[in-house]
Design a protein around this ligand. Structure first.
Ligand code: COA
Length: 199
């Protein structure tokens, strides 16, 4: 049986090792310039969030990482979820996620959210997460224009501060047809599945 210990990050060295691992998993994603790949982001948050900065230790190596941080009183945003390629489908990421969910609930954070990469959507469904379609755009696109393509779903929430516009639809399932309609009609917008789970 594949054995590993679930640990939480307690030092800058552990943080740097976990981030180096995450970067190695996401090296081809084109996203490595995101703040969440840098230790500065996490060092500021560590005191309040290290219950949600977990990794799987397998012998001398890290085999998986799940990092989240408190976004509002109620919710935790998952920023980094990764497992070593050769050890996948053995329950590492889902075990880390379960542990994070347990710790979140114990601290009174009852909503977990994650903006998923397309290849990981099936993983979040397996872990009991509920999918929403999230459409993000900037002016000159408007919320009204984004709304005009949706005649099926309730809006979970919207955001518009004049610079960033977001429309989140309660699709309940994954609706690729509607997602592609947004991609084709408004190629400048970003569409992805936002998963949530009540814990
Ligand atoms: C997605 C990822 C974290 C899953 O890690 P993992 O340790 O292999 O996941 P688990 O073994 O805990 O999987 C739990 C269940 O989800 C399934 N699953 C895992 N990855 C899946 C995927 N990409 N698509 C569909 N199902 C998946 C597993 O088969 C397992 O199913 P089971 O309960 O029926 O056995 C891993 O594939 C990964 O690191 N991918 C690259 C980075 C990435 O995309 N991260 C997510 C960013 S949002």
């Amino acid at each position: 049986m594949f054995r590993y210990d679930i640990k939480k990050v307690t030092s800058e060295t552990e943080l740097n090792n976990a981030l180096a691992f995450a970067k190695s998993v996401f090296k081809d994603s084109g996203n490595l310039d995101r703040p969440t790949f840098f230790s500065k982001f996490w060092l500021e948050r560590m005191p309040a969030n290290n219950d949600f900065m977990l990794y799987a230790q397998h012998g001398e190596e890290i085999a998986g990482v799940v990092f989240g941080y408190v976004e509002s009183n109620d919710s935790i945003n998952l920023s980094t979820v990764a497992a070593t390629e050769r050890y996948r489908n053995q329950g590492i990421a889902s075990s880390l996620l379960k542990e994070l969910e347990k710790r979140a609930a114990a601290k009174g954070h009852h909503l977990i959210t994650v903006e998923a990469m397309e290849a990981a959507e099936g993983f979040y469904l397996k872990c009991g997460y509920v999918p929403h379609l999230l459409v993000q755009a900037k002016p000159p696109l408007t919320l009204e224009k984004l709304r005009s393509l949706n005649d099926r779903y309730e809006e979970a929430w919207t955001y518009d501060d004049g610079k960033d516009i977001k429309l989140c639809l309660n699709t309940r399932g994954i609706d690729k047809e509607l997602q592609h309609k947004y991609d084709n009609t408004f190629p400048e917008c970003l569409t992805q599945t936002l998963f949530t789970k009540q814990v």
